[in-house]
Design a protein. Structure first.
Length: 206
């Protein structure tokens, strides 16, 4: 076994032993679990048995506190692209177009079945050709103005100094609000919509 694996095994063994003792005190009636863990420890190498014990005990701790309602899980954020998509769409804001997905991840469902969908925003994109724009700056009289430039059609969109760097978060909150109160325009796909500012467009609903 390599040095790194050996050290990992030691650390996992210590953590596993600590959590195992903690859980067995909380669950003194788990005699079957104790026997299973004992058999696994004897028949597997210390490295793999430590990993196995750690995972089993960790899941038990999660289930225990989840049932008690004594722990809050905040594992999902809008920076994680959803694996299961319920709907997708566009949002027009700040002179550009933003695309979004609304859905959830498998992990969120396993941990909390009541966890709702969340909005994941991508972009911004050019309002003319829908190419993803790039950030840049332009000299404007005595100062520099932050802009978005389309690499395809060279369209330039000046960014607001007030909301600079906060545009994406603002768009995310706007989309969440529109979806919650159902204030959006459903696109049937037959024709290109005329995108209005500060408006959410939904392509499909599953």
């Amino acid at each position: 076994m390599k040095t790194r694996e050996y050290l990992t095994a030691i650390i996992l063994s210590v953590i596993s032993a600590f959590i195992y003792n903690l859980v067995t005190k909380k669950f003194p009636s788990f005699d079957i679990l104790k026997k299973i863990l004992s058999i696994v420890s004897k028949n597997l190498s210390s490295y793999y048995s430590a990993i196995f014990i750690f995972l089993v005990v960790f899941l038990l701790v999660i289930l225990y506190y989840k049932n008690r309602g004594g722990i809050s899980f905040a594992v999902i954020s809008s920076s994680q692209k959803p694996e299961y998509i319920r709907l997708r769409g566009l949002h027009s804001r700040f002179g550009v177009i933003w695309s979004f997905l609304c859905g959830h991840t498998l992990l969120s469902v396993l941990i909390d079945k009541t966890a709702g969908d969340y909005v994941y925003v991508e972009g911004p994109f050019c309002p003319k050709c829908l190419t993803e724009v790039i950030e840049s700056s332009k000299n404007w009289i005595l100062c520099k103005k932050q802009v978005w430039i389309c690499p395809k059609c060279n369209r330039t969109v000046y960014r607001s100094n007030k909301f600079y760097r906060a545009e994406k978060k603002i768009v995310e909150k706007s989309i969440e609000r529109d979806l919650r109160i159902k204030d959006f325009i459903l696109i049937n796909g037959k024709k290109e919509p005329e995108l209005k500012d500060n408006t959410t467009y939904v392509f499909e609903i599953k």
